[in-house]
Structure formats: structure tokens, C-alpha cells
Design a protein. Structure first.
Lengths: 286, 627
């Protein structure tokens, strides 16, 4: 499934579709800025993100463009360093969610046996538990390491993905070309890979962006609560949380990471929105 | 028959309609419609008939503009959206193709009917009686209970009657009907057509009836207007035009229309339909015309008057050959002693839904002989598609026995061995989802050859070319994707895909019912060729008795999941034994019957003539009775 997605993301039609609308262009721009800062920002950081350089909560000036944080570290440097962890964790969590949840959805949507109700009712049980509660539970039980964070986020994102993929699969499963493949006796694996997956990858791609941005929000929230990424690691979500104490003296210490998170999430959302709209339009012609 | 002295109820003069800043859809359309007259607009998809009908309503919100000509209702020119709004529903009313989606599901039918005529201060009782009166006019029960029903509580035929009642409620001068019976069973269709003929006579409503079915036109129309590529190519009284069509397109259409009364090989028009976006500069039909002259490619021919009311847009009209209606057996080969390929015995199948179990087929037994074509015929709900799916291994809920060359077949396709799966292939009704939109034609065709015949990729690629050739598509189509193909081409690719594993039998589930007649004729010819050249047997599922006459050796008539009658095609069509088959045959529209062209030598057909003379097959007679 990841192969089909990768080829779709690589294709020119994907970007071309997004860039056709203004919303998509803005979204793409925001996304590139946020991801660029998250990945390459650290090479432009003026100071080390961990060194204490002055009075805690100092306002901008004195060579510190965004001032200093609650223990006197350079906010700009920490902001330039702090995106990678969120991006990495949310990205990996989304991918894992799609590998597991997507597979569950595909199988459940295509199966005409009891497998479908069994899988989907279990998914429904997961849906009844509030998202943050699941994460809090797992993190407090197993600690706030990257692995636990990713696993917990995936678990929360999984039901939605499984349901979306299942309904898309069911829509395709009654088409003539799928029935012809069933009548030929093609293996389930071959039918899902050849006939079903390519025809639902549009839905998946559009949904992927939304799940990813939701993953970012979840991870940032957990970090804000202080149970995710542990200090002194620089992280946008964590920075918003730990700098609460200097809100009055240097509000930029909170605003800067919050704005960066916002740029990333809004960018991804605008892109997937533009993609979904483009897809509806081009499919309408077929 | 119609009083030409009174002004026409509807007149179109030199109408040209085009896409805003885009190609022209229809050009120079003149049309007069008199009170008490039914005019049929006939043509295939893309001919401009629906656009012509929309013009009557001012082309509301369709992205089209009328850039020349004018529309008159009762000799008054209608101009501007406001003027059209005044006449819509009041002077000109519309009956849509699909009643199920055009009736508001949350509105009781009595309310739907009175909605257009409701006056302020009118009491509910008055409205109720008004609605009941309208229901009576279209042949529905006049009870209050019936009026209080919702659309989903009615059958498709009743829904269409309600739509007609809604359209008639405001006493319009003109009724425009857009394929009102397409999608209905033949028996229901026949009743609706009779109802329209009655309304035409009793209420003198002028009707513009759009259809692709010449046999339907022959039954109801006083005049027919044949359209092709946005032009009227021939028009005149039904009798004259259909007895002796002078335009090569009209002729071709008729020669391609299958008929259950006189089975004969269908003639296939060359080429494919013209696309409005790249219409040739001259006659739109020139590229397909067998008798075109050089001038046809350069300028659009003008309408030539053939007789007082009959005109044709063809300079060479006198060269148009007559249609050969002579009955001729179309059987591809003599069957007699050939071996049994597929043996179905005591098949019982059911549909399980949440509400319960519905029996779709009960005690079905039949044999398909090697190289034969067996047609399963029945109305919707007769179980014919379920039987097809059972044989294809797509409907596992059944009991009974299925033998393929004496070997027992498992219920699910997956549980059958590779050779059995290879031998049975299926083609479905809808060309739009028959092919995977993400696979090129070549990919779609090579996969079954590789999986079921263990061909290498190279062998399969060579096979693709020969498959394309056998369905008469050029080799370059291997690189095309389904969205680049027309409906007929897609269906041919679907047939090629079924041929790829080199099957013994192809199950054809209504494969031509979504196609235009000229495309259908081509597909049917293709199937006949495949039977002859490859010896493939066909299990042909259809509701169309004309198609049965054109392809099948043997027929199985199904009624509500039971076999009602079986036998060879000509005896079933000529000498039906059961009431159900008789009713089906009588309801099925037939060109030959309606216009009275038949082979006088055939006694059976003569009998039919006696029978049908009583019915209103001759429109001028029917009108004369009433006026």
C-alpha cells in the first residue's frame, strides 16, 4: 500500500492538482516553509538550543531576535531546532496508522465474511475511548519515549483511517472490473493491489493530510502536557508549554513555536483540501 | 389528422444552440408541434435531441445559449428568462427520464401533483379531489389512500404516471417527454405508451417525445424528426419516414434495430457517431455515409422535400436503398447433436438481506450446448442476472448442481480450478465501470492471459494485439485508458478481456442495454463472429426480445425466478405457449409490426398482423377514432 501511495505522491498530477487552486498554492507554500524550518532550520541557528545565555524571559534584543526562554536559552535557536521531532513523530505515526488501519479497512471492506463485522466492531470500541485519554494512559504506563508516543498516536488515528479506507473499498468492490477479477478467481491480494487500491488512493491521499495534521496536534498536545518529549529537548509543542511562566516578559517565546505549528498544520490542511477538490473535479469528468 | 389551420402549440424556428463561447450543439432546427399531435425526436446519444427539448424551456441553467432562431408557444415568441419562467410548467411541461429521482421522496404524491396548481384559500378537500382527478387521468387509483402514498411506495411505472400527472396538472399546451419509458419493463412501457396515446386523443395535448427507440416512435408518433450531429436529417409523417426512410442515417438506424417479429441479420453502419466538438464542415453524417458525394464534405446539405410533409437532408436521397425486412434465420450454426457444455440442474438461489430472504431463482435447469447461444429473458426481478452470477461464481448462496463438461463447479469462483475459471468468463452491463480506470487497455487484456493461461509477459503482449484485432479495435488502443474510450469501445474491450483466457462460454449480462442501437448492432455482429471463428458459446442475458431474435439459438423465459417457457428462438417468438411470454411479446415494441412491413409469405407474421390491427399500431387510425 505504501508503494502505491509513494508513486502517487511522486506523480506530477498530484502536485499539479494541488497547485491549480489558490488555497492549494498557499498551503503548499506554508508547508514548504514549515518543513524547511523543521528540517534545515538547525543549520542556521545562531546558538546552541541547550545553552543558557542570559536572564530567563528576557525580551528580544542583545543579539537574541526572539528573546530568551524561561531558563535563558535562545528562543530562535530552539524554534529552529524544535520542529524535527514533531514532524518525525507525526509523520511516522501517520504512516504506521495507514499501514495497519488501511490494511484493516481494505480487508474489512472487501470481505463478505464475518471478518468485516469483527474488525469494524473492534474499531468501534477503540473509537469510544477519548483520544487524549488513550495517549495519557499509554504514556503514563510505558513512559514518554518516541516509540510509545508513535504507537499511542497511531492507535488514536487508526479507527478513522480504517473506516475511511473501508468505505472507499466497499464503493469500488462492486464495480464491474472488480467482479470480473473475482470471477477470474484472482487472489484477494492481487485484486486489492491491482483493482481496488489504485482506485481508492485518491481518497487516501486526501485523507492522509488531515490525519497527519491531526497527528501533529496530538503530539504537540502531549508534549505541552509535559508527558511526551522530555526537556531539555527543543520541541515546538513543549516550548509552548514550558514558556508559560515567561508569557508576560517575553510572549514571543510562546508565539514563535505556536505560529510555526500553525503554519505546518494549516499548510497541510489546505493542501489536502485542494487535492480532494481537484480529485472530485477530475473524477467527475470520467 | 391534425388541423394545420390552427397555430402550432409549439414552434422552433432556425434554432442554434451552443456552449457559451464553445462548439455548436444544434443548428438550424425547425419544428412545429400541433395540438393533439405526438412528434418523436429520434436519434442516438449526442444527436442533440435533449438539447432541442431543453430549448423549449429556455435552456435553464445548463451552460448553453441559444444564439440564433426563436421559440414560439401558441404563436407567441418567448424571449428572455422571465418569459420562459412564465411558461414553464404552465404552457410547457416536462416528464423526465428517471421518475425515481425526480419525485420528491418526502412529498406525498397528491401534494406533488397539486403543488403547481395550488391556489390560495383552496381547502384541503378541494386539493384532494383535484389530485384524485389527476390520478384518474393517468390511469391510477383515485382513492384518497393512494394519493397519500409516498413515491417509494409505488412501482416504477406508477411513478412515471405520477410524473405525467404532475406535468399535466396545470393543463399545459405542450408536454415534453424525455425518454419516459427507458428503464421500465416492456409491459409497463406498453401501458404508458397506450396512456399517452389516450391523453393525446382525449385532451389534445401536443407532445414532444424524445426517444432512441425507433420501435417506440413507430408506435406513438404522428411525425418523426430524426436528428444526427445536431441537425435534423429527416422528418415527416411516421408512416412515410419509417416505411421508406430516405436519409442514409435513418435507414442505417432502422437496419440496425433488432426486431422480434421478423428476425434478420442486422446491418452495421460504418464508423462511429460524430462528436459535436469536431464536427466535419459539411454534412455531419458524411464520414459514415455510403453514398456521399464530394459536395457533402464541403457544405451542409439543405432539406430536400420528398413529399408534402416529408423532407430529408441529403442531396443523394434517391440512392438510399430500402431496408431489407425479409425474415431470415440468423443462427450461426446448426446445433442438433452437439455436446452439452454447461449443465445446470435444479438451481435454487436466494438473496439474503437484513429484512429476510428473497428467492431469486427456483428449480432452474437448462443446458447450454457447445457453440450455442442461449438467451435468458425476463423482466427485472425475474432472476436472470442472479443465475448468470451463480454460474460465474459470484453469487455463492445457492443449491443445485452446475456441471461444466461433466465436471462439478464449486459455488465460489475462487474454489474452482484454474481451468474451470478460464473456461467461464463474464461481461457486465455497464460500460462505465467495466474497466479499471487506472489500467491501460493493454494491461487489462494481458493480465487474464498471464494469470489464467500462464503466458509470459511477452506472449501476453502479442496476445493483446490479436485480442484487439478480434474485437475490431486498432492496435494502438493498447496504450489507451478507459476514459479515452466511448461506451461501445469500452464494452468491446470488456469482451476482449473475457476472450483473453480463451473461454468456452461467455456470460453476457445485458451487455448492450446501455448502448445506442448502431453500437449495439456492432457488438452483436462481433459476438456472432466470435461464435463462428472461435466456437465460443454464449449465455446471453437480456430483457430485449429483438436482441434475442438477432442472436439466440435457444431461449429461456424467466418469470419471478421460475422457468416459464423454453425452446428454440423462432418457436418461442412465433408460437409462445404461456400467457406470460405472450404478454411479453405483445408488449415489446416492434418496428416491423408498428409500420406494417412484413414478409407476406410468412404465415406466422400474418397472424400477428391480424392481432395487432386491432391495437392502435396505426397512429392515424387511432387519432381518427377520437376526433
Amino acid at each position: 500500500m505504501s508503494v502505491a501511495l509513494a508513486s502517487r505522491l511522486r506523480s506530477r498530477r498530484f502536485l499539479g492538482g494541488i497547485l491549480r487552486t489558490n488555497g492549494g498554492r498557499v498551503g503548499f507554500g506554508l508547508f514548504v516553509i514549515a518543513v524547511g524550518i523543521a528540517i534545515f532550520g538547525r543549520y542556521f541557528a545562531p546558538y546552541s538550543p541547550l545553552d543558557t545565555l542570559g536572564i530567563p524571559g528576557a525580551a528580544p534584543g542583545n543579539g537574541h531576535l526572539l528573546g530568551l526562554d524561561f531558563i535563558g536559552r535562545d528562543v530562535l535557536s530552539r524554534a529552529l531546532y524544535g520542529g524535527r521531532s514533531t514532524l518525525f513523530l507525526a509523520g511516522l505515526a501517520t504512516l504506521i496508522t495507514y499501514l495497519i488501519g488501511g490494511t484493516i479497512g481494505l480487508v474489512a471492506g472487501f470481505s463478505d465474511t464475518v471478518l468485516d463485522p469483527i474488525l469494524m466492531r473492534s474499531i468501534d470500541v477503540l473509537l469510544t475511548v477519548p483520544a487524549l485519554l488513550v495517549i495519557l494512559l499509554l504514556v503514563t504506563a510505558f513512559g514518554g519515549g518516541s516509540f510509545v508516543l508513535i504507537a499511542a498516536t497511531s492507535l488514536v488515528l487508526l479507527p478513522g483511517v480504517a473506516r475511511i479506507v473501508r468505505s472507499a473499498t466497499m464503493g469500488v468492490a462492486t464495480r464491474g472490473y472488480v467482479e470480473a477479477a473475482i470471477a477470474r478467481g484472482d487472489s484477494t491480494h492481487a485484486i486489492l493491489r491491482r483493482e481496488v487500491l489504485p482506485n481508492i488512493s485518491g481518497v487516501i491521499t486526501a485523507d492522509l493530510g488531515l490525519r497527519f495534521s491531526w497527528g501533529i496536534i496530538l503530539i504537540a498536545s502531549v508534549n505541552f502536557l509535559g508527558i511526551g518529549i522530555q526537556p531539555p529537548t527543543p520541541d515546538w509543542g513543549l516550548m509552548v508549554s514550558e514558556n508559560r511562566v515567561v508569557l508576560a516578559s517575553n510572549p514571543l517565546a510562546i508565539i514563535a513555536p505556536a505560529v510555526l505549528l500553525g503554519v505546518l498544520i494549516v499548510g497541510v490542511n489546505l493542501m489536502s483540501d485542494a487535492y480532494a477538490r481537484q480529485r472530485d473535479r477530475s473524477e467527475g469528468h470520467q | 389528422m391534425t388541423d394545420t389551420a390552427t397555430p402550432p402549440a409549439l414552434g422552433l424556428k432556425g434554432v442554434r444552440v451552443q456552449v457559451r463561447r464553445g462548439p455548436t450543439i444544434i443548428e438550424g432546427v425547425d419544428l412545429d408541434l400541433h395540438p393533439g399531435e405526438i412528434v418523436c425526436l429520434v436519434g442516438e446519444s449526442g444527436s442533440g435531441k435533449t438539447t432541442t427539448a431543453l430549448t423549449v424551456f429556455g435552456l435553464s441553467s445548463s451552460g448553453l445559449v441559444m444564439s440564433a432562431g426563436h421559440v414560439c408557444v401558441e404563436d407567441q415568441e418567448i424571449q428572455g428568462e422571465a418569459a420562459f419562467r412564465d411558461i414553464r410548467g404552465r404552457k410547457v411541461a416536462y416528464v423526465p427520464q428517471n421518475p425515481a429521482t425526480s419525485l420528491n421522496p418526502a412529498m406525498r404524491i397528491a401534494d406533488a401533483i397539486t403543488e403547481t396548481i395550488r391556489n390560495e384559500g383552496e381547502s384541503p378537500e378541494d386539493q384532494e379531489t383535484a389530485a384524485a382527478r389527476m390520478l384518474g387521468r393517468v390511469g391510477l387509483p383515485q382513492t384518497t389512500e393512494f394519493g397519500r402514498r409516498y413515491p417509494h411506495q409505488l412501482s416504477g411505472g406508477q411513478q412515471q404516471r405520477v410524473c405525467i400527472a404532475v406535468a399535466l396538472a396545470a393543463k399545459p399546451e405542450v408536454l415534453v417527454l424525455d425518454e419516459p419509458t427507458t428503464g421500465l419493463d416492456v409491459v409497463t412501457q406498453d401501458r404508458i405508451l397506450d396512456e399517452l396515446l389516450r391523453l393525446r386523443g382525449e385532451e389534445r395535448v401536443a407532445m414532444l417525445y424524445i426517444t432512441h427507440d425507433l420501435a417506440v416512435a413507430a408506435k406513438v408518433a404522428d411525425r418523426v424528426v430524426v436528428m444526427y450531429g445536431g441537425f435534423v436529417v429527416e422528418e415527416g409523417p411516421t408512416d412515410e419516414v419509417l416505411r421508406r426512410p430516405w436519409h442514409p442515417y435513418t435507414r442505417g438506424l432502422m437496419a440496425a434495430t433488432p426486431d422480434h417479429v421478423a428476425a434478420r441479420p442486422l446491418e452495421v453502419m460504418m464508423g462511429g457517431p460524430v462528436d459535436v466538438a469536431d464536427r466535419p464542415p459539411g454534412c455531419p453524417f458524411a464520414p459514415r455515409c455510403p453514398q456521399k458525394i464530394d459536395a457533402c464534405d464541403v457544405e451542409i446539405p439543405s432539406l430536400v422535400v420528398v413529399s408534402a410533409k416529408h423532407s430529408v437532408r441529403c442531396p443523394e436521397w434517391q440512392r438510399t436503398a430500402a431496408v431489407n425486412w425479409n425474415e431470415q434465420r440468423v443462427q450461426a450454426k446448426e446445433l442438433g447433436e452437439t455436446a452439452v457444455l454447461l449443465d445446470v440442474s435444479d438451481l435454487n438461489a436466494e438473496h439474503r438481506t437484513r429484512r429476510g430472504t428473497v428467492v431469486a431463482a427456483a428449480g432452474i435447469s437448462f443446458q447450454l450446448k457447445e457453440g450455442a447461444c442461449l438467451a435468458l429473458v425476463g423482466e427485472s426481478g425475474s432472476g436472470k442476472t442472479t443465475i448468470a452470477r451463480v454460474i460465474a461464481g459470484l453469487h455463492p448462496v445457492w443449491s443445485g448442481q452446475l456441471l461444466l463438461r461433466g465436471e462439478r463447479l464449486a459455488p465460489k469462483a475462487r474454489d474452482r480450478n484454474q481451468d474451470q475459471r478460464r473456461r467461464i468468463q463474464i461481461v457486465f452491463q455497464s460500460p462505465s465501470d467495466a474497466l479499471n480506470p487506472r489500467h491501460s487497455v493493454g494491461e487489462a487484456l494481458s493480465w487474464p492471459a498471464r494469470t489464467l493461461r500462464r503466458m509470459s509477459r511477452q506472449e501476453a503482449n502479442a496476445e493483446v494485439l490479436s485480442l484487439l484485432d478480434s474485437v475490431q479495435l486498432p492496435a494502438r488502443y493498447a496504450d489507451r485508458y478507459p476514459r479515452e474510450l466511448s461506451g461501445g469501445q469500452r464494452q468491446r474491450v470488456a469482451i476482449a478481456r473475457a476472450l483473453a483466457p480463451d473461454p468456452d462460454v461467455i456470460i453476457c449480462d445485458e451487455i448492450t442495454s446501455a448502448l445506442d442501437v448502431s453500437v449495439q448492432a456492432r457488438i452483436l455482429e462481433l459476438l456472432a463472429d466470435l461464435r463462428r471463428d472461435r466456437g465460443v458459446s454464449l449465455l446471453f442475458i437480456t430483457h430485449d426480445l429483438g436482441v434475442v431474435a438477432a442472436v439466440a439459438d435457444e431461449v429461456l423465459v424467466l418469470e419471478k425466478g421460475l422457468i416459464c417457457e423454453e425452446g428454440d428462438t423462432s418457436s418461442i417468438l412465433k408460437r409462445p405457449q404461456t400467457d406470460y411470454t405472450k404478454q411479453l411479446l405483445e408488449s415489446a415494441p416492434s418496428l416491423v409490426e408498428a409500420i406494417g412491413i412484413w414478409n407476406a409469405d410468412d404465415k406466422a407474421v400474418e397472424d400477428r398482423q391480424d392481432r395487432s390491427a386491432v391495437e392502435a399500431s396505426d397512429p392515424s387510425r387511432a387519432a381518427g377514432d377520437i376526433t
